[in-house]
Design a protein around this ligand. Structure first.
Ligand SMILES: CC(C)(COP(=O)(O)OP(=O)(O)OC[C@H]1O[C@@H](n2cnc3c(N)ncnc32)[C@H](O)[C@@H]1OP(=O)(O)O)[C@@H](O)C(=O)NCCC(=O)NCCS
Length: 150
């Protein structure tokens, strides 16, 4: 089992990796500006990233999470989620949120980490993005918002 080092980064954000989770660079720039970016490194190579943002009411949200293609399915994504949970809890947040395509594997992954769907927004992706958003060749339509109590 590989054990990446996860640390906060303040520059040289891995934009091409962040774009794999969210194709809108303007949205990414906005939440990078207001949030905190954490990256996983294996032997000094950046292999994963997530962005945590303070929302209202003692709630933090994972705005973006991505692992480089060649390091996927090796547990890095789960470690990043666990890191976000620990960090948000230690920072005094009471709730952690994340959103993703309804019924996607990502949704099942987040549920396996302890998140539960509390809201679904119909046709979110066609409203929020100018171009169709795809995941593994499937066009995303509805959004699931998930949360967990910390
Ligand atoms: C989602 C993502 C971050 C997961 O990272 P990862 O390092 O591959 O995740 P892990 O190896 O920790 O796997 C976690 C679980 O997710 C599920 N999973 C991961 N990739 C999957 C896939 N392609 N298909 C189905 N299930 C998958 C598995 O259940 C896995 O658990 P298991 O291997 O213990 O059974 C990664 O696939 C990614 O970067 N995707 C592109 C960007 C993206 O979709 N970001 C999220 C947007 S909401």
């Amino acid at each position: 089992m590989i054990s990446p080092e996860i640390k906060e980064i303040h520059q040289n954000y891995p934009l091409s990796l962040l774009l794999e989770a969210d194709p809108d660079i303007k949205k990414i720039e906005k939440y990078l500006n207001k949030g905190r970016c954490f990256a996983a490194f294996i032997a000094n190579e950046l292999v994963g990233v997530y962005v945590l943002k303070d929302q209202k009411n003692k709630t933090a949200e994972i705005m973006n999470i991505a692992v480089s293609e060649q390091h996927r399915r090796q547990g890095v994504g789960r470690l990043l989620i666990q890191d976000a949970i620990t960090r948000a809890r230690n920072d005094g947040f009471e709730t952690l949120m994340i959103a993703t395509g309804k019924d996607s594997f990502q949704q099942r992954f987040y549920e396996s980490c302890g998140f539960r769907v509390f809201e679904t927004e119909k046709d979110y992706f066609s409203r929020a993005y100018r171009c169709p958003v795809t995941d593994n060749g499937t066009i995303l339509t509805d959004l699931s918002r998930l949360s967990m109590k910390l």
